[in-house]
Write a protein that binds this ligand. Structure first.
Ligand code: ADP
Ligand code: MG
Length: 252
Protein backbone atom coordinates (compact mmCIF):
# COMPACT_ATOMS: atom_id res chain seq x y z
CA UNK A 1 0.00 0.00 0.00
CA UNK A 2 1.22 3.48 -0.86
CA UNK A 3 1.11 6.13 1.82
CA UNK A 4 -0.75 9.13 0.48
CA UNK A 5 -0.98 11.34 3.54
CA UNK A 6 1.70 11.25 6.22
CA UNK A 7 1.89 13.22 9.43
CA UNK A 8 4.91 12.82 11.67
CA UNK A 9 5.07 14.35 15.11
CA UNK A 10 2.55 17.02 14.23
CA UNK A 11 1.85 19.48 17.01
CA UNK A 12 -0.27 22.58 16.78
CA UNK A 13 -0.50 25.15 19.48
CA UNK A 14 -2.57 28.30 19.47
CA UNK A 15 -1.62 31.35 21.41
CA UNK A 16 -4.37 32.75 23.63
CA UNK A 17 -3.26 36.02 25.14
CA UNK A 18 -0.41 34.98 27.43
CA UNK A 19 -1.25 31.28 27.26
CA UNK A 20 -0.26 28.68 24.73
CA UNK A 21 -2.98 26.16 24.05
CA UNK A 22 -1.95 22.81 22.57
CA UNK A 23 -4.68 21.73 20.16
CA UNK A 24 -2.79 18.77 18.69
CA UNK A 25 0.14 16.96 20.20
CA UNK A 26 2.56 14.69 18.47
CA UNK A 27 0.19 13.21 15.93
CA UNK A 28 1.50 10.46 13.69
CA UNK A 29 -0.81 9.39 10.93
CA UNK A 30 -0.50 7.53 7.67
CA UNK A 31 -3.41 7.29 5.26
CA UNK A 32 -2.84 5.01 2.30
CA UNK A 33 -3.91 5.77 -1.23
CA UNK A 34 -7.57 4.83 -1.76
CA UNK A 35 -8.16 4.40 1.93
CA UNK A 36 -11.22 5.84 3.69
CA UNK A 37 -10.33 6.99 7.18
CA UNK A 38 -12.59 8.62 9.76
CA UNK A 39 -11.52 10.76 12.68
CA UNK A 40 -13.80 10.76 15.68
CA UNK A 41 -13.48 12.39 19.07
CA UNK A 42 -14.97 14.90 21.50
CA UNK A 43 -15.71 18.45 20.48
CA UNK A 44 -12.61 20.63 20.58
CA UNK A 45 -10.11 17.74 20.41
CA UNK A 46 -8.50 19.12 17.25
CA UNK A 47 -10.27 17.25 14.44
CA UNK A 48 -10.82 20.30 12.24
CA UNK A 49 -7.30 21.50 12.99
CA UNK A 50 -5.95 18.13 11.87
CA UNK A 51 -7.93 18.24 8.64
CA UNK A 52 -6.88 21.82 7.85
CA UNK A 53 -3.25 20.88 8.47
CA UNK A 54 -3.54 18.06 5.92
CA UNK A 55 -5.10 20.55 3.48
CA UNK A 56 -2.21 22.94 4.02
CA UNK A 57 -4.61 25.63 5.24
CA UNK A 58 -3.05 25.68 8.72
CA UNK A 59 0.65 25.12 9.28
CA UNK A 60 1.71 22.91 12.18
CA UNK A 61 3.79 24.34 15.02
CA UNK A 62 6.04 21.27 14.82
CA UNK A 63 6.23 18.12 12.76
CA UNK A 64 6.10 17.14 9.12
CA UNK A 65 3.21 16.74 6.71
CA UNK A 66 3.62 14.97 3.39
CA UNK A 67 1.00 14.39 0.74
CA UNK A 68 1.78 12.24 -2.28
CA UNK A 69 5.43 12.27 -1.27
CA UNK A 70 5.78 16.06 -1.21
CA UNK A 71 6.04 18.21 1.89
CA UNK A 72 2.93 20.34 2.43
CA UNK A 73 3.99 23.97 2.78
CA UNK A 74 1.04 25.75 1.22
CA UNK A 75 -2.65 24.98 0.54
CA UNK A 76 -3.04 21.82 -1.52
CA UNK A 77 -4.60 22.16 -4.92
CA UNK A 78 -5.10 18.44 -5.50
CA UNK A 79 -7.80 18.26 -2.86
CA UNK A 80 -11.58 18.47 -2.52
CA UNK A 81 -12.88 19.82 0.78
CA UNK A 82 -16.37 19.62 2.22
CA UNK A 83 -16.85 21.87 5.22
CA UNK A 84 -19.29 21.50 8.07
CA UNK A 85 -21.48 24.25 6.70
CA UNK A 86 -22.07 23.68 2.99
CA UNK A 87 -20.89 27.18 1.98
CA UNK A 88 -23.06 27.27 -1.13
CA UNK A 89 -23.64 30.59 -2.83
CA UNK A 90 -27.33 31.41 -2.92
CA UNK A 91 -27.03 33.67 -5.94
CA UNK A 92 -25.67 30.83 -8.06
CA UNK A 93 -27.61 27.87 -9.33
CA UNK A 94 -26.86 24.35 -8.07
CA UNK A 95 -24.88 23.70 -11.24
CA UNK A 96 -23.13 27.06 -10.92
CA UNK A 97 -22.05 26.18 -7.40
CA UNK A 98 -20.59 22.86 -8.49
CA UNK A 99 -18.66 24.39 -11.40
CA UNK A 100 -17.43 27.43 -9.46
CA UNK A 101 -14.02 25.91 -8.70
CA UNK A 102 -13.49 24.98 -12.33
CA UNK A 103 -14.24 28.57 -13.33
CA UNK A 104 -11.84 29.93 -10.73
CA UNK A 105 -9.21 27.50 -11.97
CA UNK A 106 -9.83 28.58 -15.54
CA UNK A 107 -10.80 25.11 -16.72
CA UNK A 108 -12.85 24.31 -19.79
CA UNK A 109 -16.41 25.41 -19.03
CA UNK A 110 -18.27 22.94 -21.18
CA UNK A 111 -16.30 20.01 -19.84
CA UNK A 112 -16.84 21.15 -16.25
CA UNK A 113 -20.57 21.54 -16.89
CA UNK A 114 -20.90 18.07 -18.37
CA UNK A 115 -19.02 16.56 -15.49
CA UNK A 116 -21.02 18.49 -12.90
CA UNK A 117 -24.27 17.30 -14.45
CA UNK A 118 -23.01 13.70 -14.23
CA UNK A 119 -22.01 14.11 -10.60
CA UNK A 120 -25.33 15.71 -9.63
CA UNK A 121 -27.10 12.79 -11.25
CA UNK A 122 -25.05 10.30 -9.27
CA UNK A 123 -25.93 12.22 -6.12
CA UNK A 124 -29.63 11.97 -6.94
CA UNK A 125 -29.98 15.63 -7.89
CA UNK A 126 -30.94 15.27 -11.52
CA UNK A 127 -33.42 17.99 -12.44
CA UNK A 128 -32.19 20.34 -9.73
CA UNK A 129 -29.32 21.84 -11.73
CA UNK A 130 -31.01 25.20 -12.25
CA UNK A 131 -32.45 25.56 -8.76
CA UNK A 132 -30.96 27.87 -6.17
CA UNK A 133 -29.46 26.42 -2.98
CA UNK A 134 -32.17 28.01 -0.79
CA UNK A 135 -34.75 25.88 -2.58
CA UNK A 136 -33.07 22.67 -1.39
CA UNK A 137 -33.18 20.66 1.83
CA UNK A 138 -30.12 20.40 4.08
CA UNK A 139 -29.26 16.93 2.78
CA UNK A 140 -29.52 18.06 -0.84
CA UNK A 141 -27.31 21.07 -0.14
CA UNK A 142 -24.62 18.88 1.36
CA UNK A 143 -24.80 16.60 -1.68
CA UNK A 144 -24.19 19.66 -3.85
CA UNK A 145 -21.19 20.55 -1.69
CA UNK A 146 -19.84 17.02 -2.12
CA UNK A 147 -20.30 17.20 -5.90
CA UNK A 148 -18.39 20.47 -5.88
CA UNK A 149 -15.53 18.86 -3.94
CA UNK A 150 -15.44 15.93 -6.38
CA UNK A 151 -15.56 17.95 -9.58
CA UNK A 152 -11.89 18.44 -10.26
CA UNK A 153 -10.85 14.81 -9.68
CA UNK A 154 -8.64 15.65 -6.74
CA UNK A 155 -7.02 12.55 -5.39
CA UNK A 156 -7.84 13.49 -1.79
CA UNK A 157 -11.25 14.19 -0.33
CA UNK A 158 -11.38 15.90 3.07
CA UNK A 159 -14.72 16.20 4.85
CA UNK A 160 -15.37 18.00 8.12
CA UNK A 161 -18.62 16.78 9.68
CA UNK A 162 -20.46 17.17 6.37
CA UNK A 163 -23.68 15.61 7.68
CA UNK A 164 -23.57 16.97 11.22
CA UNK A 165 -26.67 19.10 10.80
CA UNK A 166 -28.85 16.38 9.28
CA UNK A 167 -31.41 14.15 10.97
CA UNK A 168 -30.40 10.52 11.51
CA UNK A 169 -32.43 9.08 8.63
CA UNK A 170 -31.19 11.58 6.05
CA UNK A 171 -27.71 11.06 7.36
CA UNK A 172 -27.89 7.29 6.82
CA UNK A 173 -29.07 7.91 3.25
CA UNK A 174 -26.27 10.40 2.66
CA UNK A 175 -23.72 7.93 3.98
CA UNK A 176 -24.96 5.41 1.45
CA UNK A 177 -24.74 7.91 -1.42
CA UNK A 178 -21.26 8.94 -0.34
CA UNK A 179 -20.16 5.29 -0.19
CA UNK A 180 -21.47 4.74 -3.72
CA UNK A 181 -19.73 7.78 -5.15
CA UNK A 182 -16.50 7.07 -3.28
CA UNK A 183 -16.49 3.41 -4.42
CA UNK A 184 -16.39 4.43 -8.06
CA UNK A 185 -12.87 5.81 -7.96
CA UNK A 186 -11.77 5.36 -4.36
CA UNK A 187 -10.05 8.61 -3.66
CA UNK A 188 -8.11 8.84 -0.46
CA UNK A 189 -10.68 10.16 2.00
CA UNK A 190 -10.51 11.61 5.49
CA UNK A 191 -13.82 12.22 7.23
CA UNK A 192 -14.24 14.04 10.51
CA UNK A 193 -17.41 12.97 12.25
CA UNK A 194 -19.21 12.83 15.58
CA UNK A 195 -21.21 9.81 14.55
CA UNK A 196 -19.87 6.37 15.44
CA UNK A 197 -22.30 4.67 13.08
CA UNK A 198 -21.27 6.93 10.18
CA UNK A 199 -17.59 6.26 10.89
CA UNK A 200 -18.04 2.48 10.97
CA UNK A 201 -20.28 2.43 7.91
CA UNK A 202 -17.91 4.40 5.67
CA UNK A 203 -14.40 3.66 6.88
CA UNK A 204 -11.56 1.26 6.40
CA UNK A 205 -10.10 2.64 9.62
CA UNK A 206 -11.44 4.81 12.42
CA UNK A 207 -9.06 7.01 14.40
CA UNK A 208 -10.21 7.89 17.88
CA UNK A 209 -8.88 11.17 19.19
CA UNK A 210 -8.58 12.18 22.80
CA UNK A 211 -8.97 15.73 24.05
CA UNK A 212 -6.53 18.12 25.67
CA UNK A 213 -4.14 17.84 24.08
CA UNK A 214 -5.57 16.26 20.95
CA UNK A 215 -3.85 13.05 20.03
CA UNK A 216 -4.77 9.83 18.29
CA UNK A 217 -5.63 7.48 21.13
CA UNK A 218 -6.59 4.41 19.14
CA UNK A 219 -7.02 3.14 15.60
CA UNK A 220 -9.67 0.60 14.77
CA UNK A 221 -9.72 -1.21 11.43
CA UNK A 222 -13.23 -1.89 10.13
CA UNK A 223 -13.20 -5.25 8.42
CA UNK A 224 -16.66 -5.23 6.86
CA UNK A 225 -16.90 -6.25 3.19
CA UNK A 226 -17.80 -3.59 0.61
CA UNK A 227 -20.14 -2.46 -0.74
CA UNK A 228 -21.90 -2.19 2.60
CA UNK A 229 -25.68 -2.36 2.36
CA UNK A 230 -27.79 0.05 4.41
CA UNK A 231 -28.88 -2.76 6.75
CA UNK A 232 -25.29 -3.72 7.56
CA UNK A 233 -25.90 -1.41 10.52
CA UNK A 234 -28.01 -4.11 12.13
CA UNK A 235 -25.44 -6.87 11.67
CA UNK A 236 -23.67 -8.29 14.75
CA UNK A 237 -20.24 -7.30 13.33
CA UNK A 238 -21.33 -3.71 12.84
CA UNK A 239 -22.78 -3.52 16.34
CA UNK A 240 -19.57 -4.98 17.72
CA UNK A 241 -17.51 -2.19 16.06
CA UNK A 242 -19.98 0.36 17.31
CA UNK A 243 -19.69 -0.93 20.86
CA UNK A 244 -15.92 -1.03 20.65
CA UNK A 245 -15.80 2.61 19.57
CA UNK A 246 -18.39 3.68 22.11
CA UNK A 247 -16.31 2.15 24.91
CA UNK A 248 -13.20 3.79 23.51
CA UNK A 249 -14.74 7.24 23.24
CA UNK A 250 -16.88 7.04 26.32
CA UNK A 251 -20.13 8.35 24.86
CA UNK A 252 -22.76 7.10 22.80
P1 ADP B 1 -12.72 20.01 16.78
O1 ADP B 1 -12.85 20.16 15.30
O2 ADP B 1 -12.29 18.64 17.20
O3 ADP B 1 -13.96 20.43 17.50
P2 ADP B 1 -10.81 22.18 16.52
O4 ADP B 1 -9.71 21.65 15.71
O5 ADP B 1 -11.77 23.08 15.87
O6 ADP B 1 -11.54 20.97 17.28
O7 ADP B 1 -10.19 22.97 17.77
C1 ADP B 1 -9.28 22.36 18.67
C2 ADP B 1 -9.00 23.33 19.80
O8 ADP B 1 -8.23 24.42 19.31
C3 ADP B 1 -10.25 23.94 20.40
O9 ADP B 1 -10.09 24.04 21.78
C4 ADP B 1 -10.35 25.29 19.75
O10 ADP B 1 -10.98 26.21 20.62
C5 ADP B 1 -8.89 25.63 19.52
N1 ADP B 1 -8.71 26.49 18.32
C6 ADP B 1 -9.06 26.17 17.06
N2 ADP B 1 -8.73 27.15 16.20
C7 ADP B 1 -8.17 28.13 16.96
C8 ADP B 1 -7.62 29.42 16.67
N3 ADP B 1 -7.57 29.88 15.42
N4 ADP B 1 -7.13 30.15 17.71
C9 ADP B 1 -7.16 29.66 18.97
N5 ADP B 1 -7.66 28.47 19.30
C10 ADP B 1 -8.16 27.70 18.32
MG1 MG C 1 -14.43 20.78 14.10
Amino acid sequence: MTPHVELRGVTKSYRRRADVFVALQDVDLTVNASEFVSVIGPSGCGKSTLLMIVAGLISPTAGLVHVAGARVLRPLTDVGIVFQSDLLFDWRTVLGNVTLQAEVRGQDKRQARAKAIGLLKRAGLEGFEDRRPWELSGGMRQRVAICRALLHDASILLMDEPFGALDALTRDQMNFVLQEIWSEDRRTAILVTHSISEAVFLSDRVLVMSARPGRIARTIAVDLPRPRPVDVRESPEFLRYQRLLRDEIGYG
